[in-house]
Design a binder for this molecule. Structure first.
Ligand code: ZN
Length: 428
């Protein structure tokens, strides 16, 4: 029986994954059942972003489809555990190695995950794919990292899993030649141990760790289709939001003042002949996941839908809140403060997994995962039922919540909760 190697990692502080600036430490155990000649024992921290992209070919001869692979090295750091540095220097180039007697040996190691990507230095800015226009690209989080073998993912697994960001430890034992063995080269024993990594929100002083992102430009989003509600009268759904470009876990999405989905209205292009009775029958909020895999200039895109909210409130949009605009249109605001399920709803409170991954946006050179929200409304307008959807632009989804990274503000007694008036409302 030959030497046995094992890598044991100390658990991350939160029990699940390592974060930026958290030491990744552990022990490499070496079991020698008989004396052995050792050239080196090393441990490496490695991370790769890999994709397999299918290319559909119209050429019959190439049998339909083939693919290309792409691999970017995110991190590769090695520490030599044996022999100790002083001995190593004294005997560089020795092919025989150092004799170790039979027994059990343990070596501790510790790494810190870097912030910068190794591969940018390897291939340069020009070839950094989805990172090309990012000013200071950072290490991506683990994604689809079911590790087999050398940290390679099983590309035959499923179509979705044809891209992965994988971090792992690799211990390598190189044995010296003994006697007149005819085998070419040295015998190498390798062991892998996967780990999960989630970079903390980036803070260099200039970019606040997490900001309450309610200061962006006001976005006006419209439903894809409008519906006739009378002669020459068309209605559509409008969402006004200044902060749907970033959403963190536990953010309120509908609560008045949250600046996300708290300003939803039904807008009619002109004053209808008879007053409209508008009821919200159903509200659905889905998160749309868009994952792009890149390899050699080819991109495969995958789209998924993650249901977040579905309520059937049968809620009447109050006529006293209707607003008239200067262009002659009329607006029926949906007062979300009157629907308790919506007021209470916080984004991703259950910390869900979607296809095995937590919810977060990221980009590596060859993988980009982005999200949009899709708000679906079913309305009853004067007895007719209409269904429509409003799709947002790309929204950056942050895994860490404000509460994870910000001390709760200490309120003084004079603090009063914010009051949200109806602002520009004009009753008719
Ligand atoms: Zn790269």
């Amino acid at each position: 029986m030959g030497p046995k190697l094992n890598v044991a990692l100390n658990r991350p502080l939160n029990g699940e994954f390592y974060v930026s600036n958290e030491p990744i430490s552990g022990i490499v155990d070496l079991e020698l059942p008989k004396p052995a000649s050792i050239i080196s024992l090393s441990i490496a921290l490695r991370g790769t972003s890999q994709t397999y992209v299918q290319i559909t070919n119209t050429d019959y001869l190439t049998n339909g489809a083939f693919g290309t692979r792409s691999s970017h090295t995110l991190v590769h750091q090695t520490q030599t555990l044996f022999p100790p540095e002083n001995i190593r220097e004294a005997s560089s180039g020795s092919k025989k190695g150092f004799q170790l007697s039979k027994g059990h040996y343990s070596y501790a190691f510790e790494f810190l995950m870097p912030n910068q990507l190794k591969c940018i230095g390897d291939h340069g800015r020009e070839s950094s794919g989805f990172n090309k226009t990012t000013p200071d690209p950072r290490l991506p989080p683990s994604f689809n990292s079911d590790v087999i073998g050398e940290g390679m993912v099983d590309c035959e697994n499923t179509y979705y899993k044809t891209g992965s960001v994988t971090y792992y430890m690799k211990a390598a034992l190189v044995l010296g030649k003994i006697g007149l063995r005819l085998t070419p080269g040295n015998t190498i024993v390798e062991v892998y141990r996967a780990l999960e990594f989630m970079p903390s929100p980036y803070d260099n002083g200039e970019h606040p760790l997490i900001t309450h992102s309610d200061a962006g430009p006001l976005q006006k989003l419209w439903s894809k289709k409008d519906f006739k509600v009378g002669p020459k009268c068309a209605a559509k759904v409008e969402v006004k939001s200044p902060s749907l470009n970033r959403v963190f876990r536990l953010d309120y999405l509908f609560q008045p003042g949250c600046n996300k989905f708290d300003q939803i209205s039904v807008t009619v292009n002109r004053k209808p002949a008879e007053m409209l009775s508008i009821k919200l029958l159903q509200l659905k909020l889905n998160l749309i996941e868009i994952v792009n895999y890149l390899s050699q200039g080819q991109v495969n895109a995958m789209i998924g839908t993650i249901p977040l909210v579905e309520i059937n409130p049968n809620f009447e949009l109050k006529i006293c809140r209707v607003r008239n605009s200067q262009d002659g249109s009329m607006e029926w605001p949906l007062d979300t403060s009157q629907i308790p399920e919506l007021v209470r709803y916080r984004f991703n409170e259950t910390n869900m997994l979607y296809r095995g991954n937590r919810l977060f946006s990221f980009a590596s050179c060859n993988i980009k995962r982005a999200f949009k929200f899709c708000l679906g409304l079913k309305l009853d307008i004067n007895g007719s039922v209409f269904e429509t959807e409003v799709l947002t632009t790309i929204c950056d989804i942050g895994y860490f919540s404000i509460e994870d990274h910000e001390e709760l503000p200490s309120y003084v007694v004079s603090d009063v909760p914010p009051f949200y008036s109806d602002r520009t409302e004009v009753a008719i």
